[in-house]
Design a protein around this ligand. Sequence first.
Ligand code: NAP
Length: 283
Amino acid sequence: MTVTAPKACVIGSPISHSRSPLIHGYWLKKHGISGSYDRIEVKPDQLAGFLDRIRQGELAGCNVTIPLKELAFEAVDRTDDQTRRLKSVNTIFMEGGKLCGTSTDGMGFMANLCQTVPGWHTASKHLVILGAGGAARGLVDALITDGADRVSIVNRTLERAEAIAADYPGKATARTWSSLNDLLPVADLLVNSTSLGMTGQPPLELPLDGLKREAVVADIVYVPLQTDLLRQAAERGHQVVEGLGMLLHQAVPGFEKWFGTRPEVTDELRDLIIADITGRQAG
Ligand code: NAP
């Protein structure tokens, strides 16, 4: 009997920017697994055909990125409770003959937060999330599932924050940017999940005067590695959580499903991705 090496990939359009092959390639090598992980350009009208290749066993599964995450949610056979709340899928695998989809961003954020801030407990905390896009929804869900007392969602377009908050009555509230004056003194965790501060995007101009001294500050933007928000927070003595760790941790469940080994997020992996980020910025 011929045993074929498991294959996985990341799909989306455009796809050339994805760092997932670097992450999974590192783990494949580290664990001596003779599998592969590639980038495949898949447009929305090609998604159904591509997923059939997983159903037929040609591939063990894939990661999914823009613009396919919501379409993939509709296309899989089975999801979990959290994914049904988010209606978005970033990881696909086969289980019990069914094509399964899950979303690992929220888990990636929580794992990174817990690894960076030893002793972190979400229970009874007040969390302030900047942004109400796809990433924010995953964070809000993960933090409320982990026991957050209150989540304030601050967004330029209030309706988008209200749409998320409506799914978590009694826990999440939509707030305008101007309400940050009242929120900073009571926030235990401040997270930027907007695209502001990312290289090529407008800066995030948010003075942290008034932020409670013990508050933790996180940014999910990871290019640059240390955003202006994190630099300002570190200078004020806050514990800071970088976005790169979320990217690395969200990849763990997919690798385990496809290749059968739970990989670790190590400093060596982190350095590899940092070298890629700085190399591309220089190039
Ligand atoms: P998205 O769905 O496009 O949402 C973008 C968010 O940024 C929205 O809340 C938007 O507000 C806000 N925004 C954009 N431009 C703004 C401006 N000029 N002023 C005020 N607010 C502005 O994007 P996403 O998928 O949530 O991703 C957001 C960021 O997180 C990206 O930088 C992405 O690279 C990063 N990310 C990182 C990870 C990781 O693993 N570390 C994972 C996912 C995403 P409006 O609603 O008002 O437009």
